[in-house]
Design a protein around this ligand. Structure first.
Ligand code: B12
Ligand code: SF4
Length: 382
């Protein structure tokens, strides 16, 4: 021991520093506290619930116990950033010619914003610990490695995993981004939070695609967040209508949670909704070329899916718009260079124009279409 500063004082100072850096909550847990969640994770992977997210299934030993990722970790510091919306996120779903982008993606990418803060806090910890107590090492994560952030946040006392599988906080409801710092120093632990869902199942009932086979279990393959963000191919036909105008992620189960009555608006300007992403018109989005797409979504997580997947999603929303005027956008995109976009344009057009008109377009297009997936889309649409 180098000074009178003890481990609890270090913890208190760490919490103050976290707050100053823009984190809204902090809790500390030990690496060996998520054994049951690890078991559930293995069951989830065995059932195939992760769909095409092979990265999620890879090296499970690293994910199910923090010591599998880093043998020297002694404490896990979990942090939350509130991104509570300033409007009802479900209101946009009624504006069918406009696009619904999920709350988390209307501002800057949280990975970038939070990672910078985690690094700053970790640097502070390394300096304070070695100055006052003993040297320590750190690693930071925000959805960037094999870390079970939600169960760790629960054992660190930040909230509990609700029936929609996300962490619910008494203070911030469903709207918390999570980040983690693993460290080699032994810090005092917080008490785990317990489940406060009770008999409520509002999140399960609202899900448009029935993605919950049971409370606390999500089949990611049915979740609109997966279908519009992670899924690289065409959107499976069974889910297209249910997607409505959601073009990037989904907030329905989060928004339905009654614990949101305690939620507050987020205080980080970088994560706040950009005006142009609150309710963009589908027609404008359908006209984005690659450069315009990149410009509109600079620093936004939406950029990650690229222009073609994005247009695929916009076309599904156009097909669901009920607005015949938008058929022109679909018709134009039948000639797009991307087969993914052409395939979604076929479906959209089929939803909006009369059958005889659609069949005439199909006959003309089939005479030149070379791509098998697009030809299949025409066939299925008849
Ligand atoms: C993969 C992933 C996804 C996938 C799968 C989602 C999922 N539920 O797993 C998809 C693409 C669908 C997704 C969507 C979303 N995601 Co996501 N995602 C992740 C990621 C990278 C890993 C999550 C994971 O480990 N999944 C694997 C499964 C097994 O975990 P699980 O569902 O939590 O499984 C638990 C339950 O099934 C339970 N369980 C199973 N059986 C049983 C039985 C009983 C009896 C009980 C009690 C429990 C139980 O135990 C399991 C382990 O805890 C994390 C970041 C990270 N590294 O942790 C972000 C993360 C979970 N996502 C996040 C967000 C914000 C979202 C979206 C809200 C985005 C959006 N608006 O579209 C949606 C929410 C959809 C939903 N209802 O979950 C945040 C959630 C923050 C929070 N407060 O919880 C995270 C933590 C990212 C972050 N750093 O902030 N996501
Ligand atoms: S994010 Fe939407 S689609 Fe996914 S589980 Fe929640 S309500 Fe269902």
């Amino acid at each position: 021991m180098k000074s009178n500063f003890d481990i609890d004082e270090l913890r208190t100072a760490l919490a103050q520093e976290a707050r100053a850096l823009g984190f809204d909550c902090i809790g500390i847990t030990a690496p060996g506290t998520i054994e049951r969640a690890g078991q559930h994770f293995l069951e989830f992977i065995a059932s195939g619930g992760h769909g095409d997210m092979d990265w999620l299934a890879a090296q499970p030993e690293r994910r199910i116990d923090p010591r599998g990722l880093w043998a020297d970790v002694r404490s896990v510091i979990m942090l939350g950033v509130n991104y509570g919306p300033d409007q009802d996120p479900l209101a946009i779903l009624k504006q069918r010619t406009r696009a619904a982008i999920s709350v988390y993606a209307q501002g800057d990418d949280y990975h970038d914003v939070i990672k910078k803060r985690l690094k700053a806090l970790a640097r502070w910890l390394v300096a304070a610990a070695s100055r006052e107590l003993e040297p320590c090492e750190v690693k930071v994560f925000v959805d960037t490695a094999a870390v079970m952030e939600k169960p760790l946040a629960q054992t660190a006392g930040l909230g509990w995993q609700g029936k929609h599988t996300n962490l619910v906080s008494r203070e911030f409801g469903s709207w918390l981004f999570l980040g983690a710092i693993y460290t080699t120093i032994d810090l005092s632990r917080d008490t785990a939070e317990t489940d406060h869902c009770g008999s409520c199942q509002a999140c399960l009932d609202i899900c448009p695609t029935s993605a919950f086979p049971a409370p606390y279990k999500l089949d990611a393959r049915r979740c609109i967040s997966y279908l519009t963000i992670e899924n690289k191919g065409p959107i499976p036909r069974d889910f297209r209508k249910a997607i409505g105008n959601r073009i990037y992620g989904c907030d329905d189960c989060l928004a339905a949670c009654p614990w949101n009555k305690f939620a507050q608006e987020g205080r980080e300007a970088k994560l706040a909704a950009r005006d142009e992403l609150r309710a963009p018109g589908l027609a404008d989005l359908a006209r984005l070329d690659d450069a315009a797409f990149r410009a509109l979504f600079t620093k936004s997580p939406v950029k990650r899916i690229g222009r073609d997947r994005f247009l695929r999603n916009v076309l599904i929303a156009i097909g669901n718009s009920g607005d015949v005027a938008l058929a022109e956008e679909a018709r134009r995109l039948l000639d797009d260079a991307s087969p993914l976009v052409r395939g979604a344009a076929i479906w959209a057009l089929g939803q909006l124009v009369p059958r005889d008109e659609f069949v005439a377009v199909k006959i003309a297009a089939m005479s030149t279409e070379q791509d098998n997936s697009v030809r299949e889309e025409w066939q299925a649409a008849s």
